[in-house]
Design a binder for this molecule. Structure first.
Ligand code: ADP
Length: 423
């Protein structure tokens, strides 16, 4: 499975997971509302039952809804035409609560309209509860022009949540399953991504090393022929080929090892005075065989002020080599590279490497310095590499407090501009 397909699967799964979560929250909210309504209806039915038991209103047919005033979700006032006896009320009320499933505790108080105070108050533990302690009642007085029975349910919210425990446990389990699933998907995606990186790396590694080794083997085969000693120019040419290829391999290995060993740490820098014109010339000299093998035209515009900076010579040369090699590698026709060193007025020396190559799409530019990153079309143009060169360039510049910027137009060319602090 390609990583683009996997990415779409990941996006799809994330959308489904988000949808399931929202749906869960919506259903929990609905269940909570239903439980609230259920509770209210059970309390009203209990009051209806009480009305039938002890005739709290003179008219036995008076609808209970007219008798009840719901102050808030926890507090009910029931109009009384006559005041029931404390024990009778307790007995019938607890029976009714049990019959209609009001399984939570309640503070009961009876208000007398003449005295404008509670005649009595008590605590009714939850039906079937073994709770013998009697928490304080002492409800705030609500003054009314009629007798009433006050029912206050202090733990109604908790009770409703308890009633919903099945739904909550199911939702939490589902959430845990979804989290587990997301983590596994993420792990799978990462693994797939790393696998692809590794595969690309091995492919490119093989390609980069196979060609020079094959060339060296051919040169060596020629050199071990007994009559080669009679043809000194041939011998010299093939020795030069071997030297060239060995240097190329050495450079590649050096770069690989350096990049692999620094990881996220800062690059160790061995500073010395470097004449920048000369340093760039040297770097170009080192890749001269590569430049001529590609028929590239490389113009170097030095700075006449002969700028000198304190820097790690090898590292800066590798930066130039990387940029120029890339400029040549990623060209379509005959590469024409312009390298310009400028003293500038600012606090930085600038070196720009400009090519007439394939260019880089804007959306890819931000990833260029990531380790192992290669623009996906890189392989389409049949150019191999490890995706380590620019990462190394960036590390060298960071270690020298320098900067790098890229300006590129697809099919026209790219300019890499590096800036190195003068001090
Ligand atoms: P590589 O070994 O693949 O060349 P680099 O880190 O040097 O690795 O470059 C990363 C990617 O940036 C390359 O794969 C290529 O797609 C893109 N790139 C670098 N330089 C240029 C350039 N001058 N023109 C076009 N694309 C470039």
């Amino acid at each position: 499975m390609r990583s683009a397909t996997l990415r779409w699967i990941m996006v799809g799964c994330s959308v489904i997971i988000a949808f399931i979560l929202v749906a869960q929250l919506y259903w929990l909210r609905r269940v909570y509302n239903l439980e609230q309504q259920q509770f209210k209806s059970s309390v009203l039915k209990s009051i209806q039952g009480l009305h039938g038991d002890i005739h709290i209103a003179d008219d036995p047919h008076q609808p209970v809804k007219q008798l009840v005033d719901i102050v808030d979700a926890d507090t009910y006032l029931v109009q009384l035409d006559s005041i029931p006896q404390k024990d009778t009320l307790r007995l019938y009320l607890s029976n009714e609560f049990e019959d209609f499933g009001v399984w939570t505790d309640c503070n009961v108080a009876v208000f007398n309209k003449y005295q404008q105070q509670y005649l009595y108050q008590y605590y009714l533990p939850a039906a079937s509860s073994k709770n013998v302690s009697t928490p304080k009642t002492g409800e705030p007085l609500i003054k009314m022009g009629y007798h009433y029975l006050l029912l206050y349910f202090p733990h109604r919210g908790k009770y409703i949540i308890q009633e919903m425990s099945f739904w909550i446990v199911t939702a939490v389990l589902l959430l845990l399953i979804l989290i587990g699933l997301s983590v596994s998907l993420l792990y799978l995606y990462r693994q797939k991504f790393l696998n692809e990186l590794q595969k690309d790396f091995v492919n490119n590694f093989t390609h980069e090393f196979k060609t020079p080794l094959a060339v060296m083997k051919i040169a060596a085969d020629v050199m071990i022929q007994p009559d080669i000693i009679q043809k000194p120019e041939r011998l010299a040419r093939y020795s030069a080929v071997i030297k060239e290829q060995t240097e190329h391999l050495q450079n590649q290995v050096d770069r690989l090892l350096k990049t692999a060993s620094v990881e996220n740490k800062k690059l160790p820098v061995k500073k010395e005075a470097c004449q920048l014109n000369e340093l760039i010339q040297n770097a170009l000299g080192q890749i001269e065989p590569f430049i001529s093998s590609r028929n590239a035209v490389v113009d170097f515009l030095p700075d006449e002020n002969e700028p000198v900076i304190h820097a790690d010579r090898w590292q800066l040369q590798m930066v130039i080599i990387n940029l120029v090699e890339n400029a040549i590698k990623y060209s379509l026709n005959q590469p024409h590279i312009i390298i310009e060193l400028k003293n500038g007025d600012s606090d930085y020396y600038s070196i720009s490497v400009k090519d007439n190559g394939i260019g880089i799409e804007q959306k890819n530019i931000k990833y260029l310095f990531k380790k192992f990153y290669r623009v996906p079309t890189g392989n389409v143009h049949n150019v191999t590499g490890f995706g380590l060169g620019l990462n190394f360039v960036k590390k060298v510049l960071d270690a020298h407090n320098g900067k790098i910027s890229i300006h590129s137009v697809v099919d026209i060319g790219t300019e890499f501009k590096i800036q190195l602090p003068k001090k």
